[in-house]
Design a protein. Sequence first.
Length: 311
Amino acid sequence: MRNAPPNCPDRALRSADLVTEPPAAERAPALADGTPPTTALAASPEFDARPKVRWRDRPPRWYVQVSLVVIYYWLYAEARDWHGSIADDPDSFLTARDDGLAVLDIERWLHIDVELGWQHALLQVHWLVKGLDAFYGSAHFLVTALVLAYLLLRGKPAVYRYWRNVLALATGVALACFALFPTLPPRLLPSPYGYVDTLHVVGGLWSYNSGVLEHISDPYAALPSLHIVWAGWCALVLWRLLRGHWTRWLAVGYPFLTAFAVIVTGNHWILDLVAGASVLLGSWALTAALHRRTDPLSAPAAGAAPWTPSH
């Protein structure tokens, strides 16, 4: 059959077949008012063409974060007040002393009781001891707050929540241990044991005997070491946050410097540090497992590359 001329009815008919609508029986019926079904669906409250923002991607609420800080400080104060001060509750002091001596006995059995030797070896280096006292009293709060603030302000919301939950869980476990197992640090043992409170003898930025600190600090909160919990948490976060190799290794060195400081200043036993590291790693593992179950995308893998902060 020869090609039909341009105005041939057969050619026009064949072209029209390509754009014809489906039979009426196959088309969705219009609504009673004549509105096409697609238009009605788009206008319905159940339909929203905008992309959904998942909970994990929503920015954290500032008042929630402040509330968490207040709640945790209240729990810390409750644990402290439960046992009372050294002067007000001699029985609590005796319990904490016995627990501290039990820790020392275990260390002697394990041959890791290095606290007294380290302290006496450096006690005459006043500038170093004063520096360690200042570091002990300031970096613990300052560095942790800065890392947490950077995560909150510059990190992805899901990453912030993940690491905040690790810190919150580890801190909560430590507070429970303070309440259930009050432990006297080396600096508060009777003088025959030979340990020195360097903050009182050598000096630093502040003193435990000042009115404010005497009322807000818990003298029996030695096991586990919350300094190691927080310093180790900072190292884990910064290892993933920082890009440069030397800065990442500086972050790793931070908890080791913290450990050295708390031993020389007489604020912790070696086993306090071991317990603090164990609490942190256990809390990290539990948080990762829970996040993998509830939201796999929000839990960074243990060997994952450092995440990139959002800008």
